[in-house]
Design a protein around this ligand. Structure first.
Ligand SMILES: [Fe+2]
Ligand SMILES: [Fe+2]
Length: 156
């Protein structure tokens, strides 16, 4: 069981690999918290006031996601990371919104994989917690795409 190589094309992962992947998710949640805290305050312009207020709401939701993911890592016997993924900066509102949109799209793709990986390991409750986070991330993605006047990107 332990340290067994994964067959090519197989999706089955070990608990250690799940811990690593959840730590990447946690790094993305920290990135999202930082991005939303900063962007919600610095985005200016009448056209962006509604979305700026919305970003402050996202920041609080990302913190609750980080706590949930850290709890799952601890439950699996891992150590939650303290490293955020890098946060891009720009003076332009549209750039900031696009960075957030790109990150949400990547996050959704990752969490969709994570749900099936949790279920493959029989961790159904963990999969359910991540499904609930996914609902928020999809709301975030829709809010950002709408503010940018774009279609919601397909996360396949
Ligand atoms: Fe999140
Ligand atoms: Fe999000």
């Amino acid at each position: 069981m332990k340290g067994k190589p994964i067959a090519e094309g197989s999706k089955k992962i070990s608990r250690a690999e799940l811990i690593d992947l959840l730590n990447q998710d946690l790094s993305r949640e920290y990135q999202a918290i930082i991005g939303y805290v900063v962007y919600s305050q610095v985005i200016k312009g009448a056209a962006y006031m509604n979305i700026a207020a919305e970003l402050a709401v996202h920041a609080a939701q990302e913190l609750s996601h980080a706590l949930i993911i850290a709890e799952q890592i601890d439950y699996l016997g891992g150590m939650p990371t303290v490293q955020p993924k890098p946060v891009r900066t720009s003076e332009k509102a549209t750039d900031m919104l696009q960075f957030d949109l790109d990150n949400e799209t990547a996050t959704i793709r990752s969490y969709r994989e994570r749900v099936s990986q949790c279920e493959e390991l029989g961790e159904y409750a963990m999969g359910e917690q991540i499904r609930q986070i996914l609902v928020d991330e999809q709301d975030h993605q829709i809010a950002l795409a709408t503010a940018l006047g774009k279609n919601v990107p397909v996360s396949k």
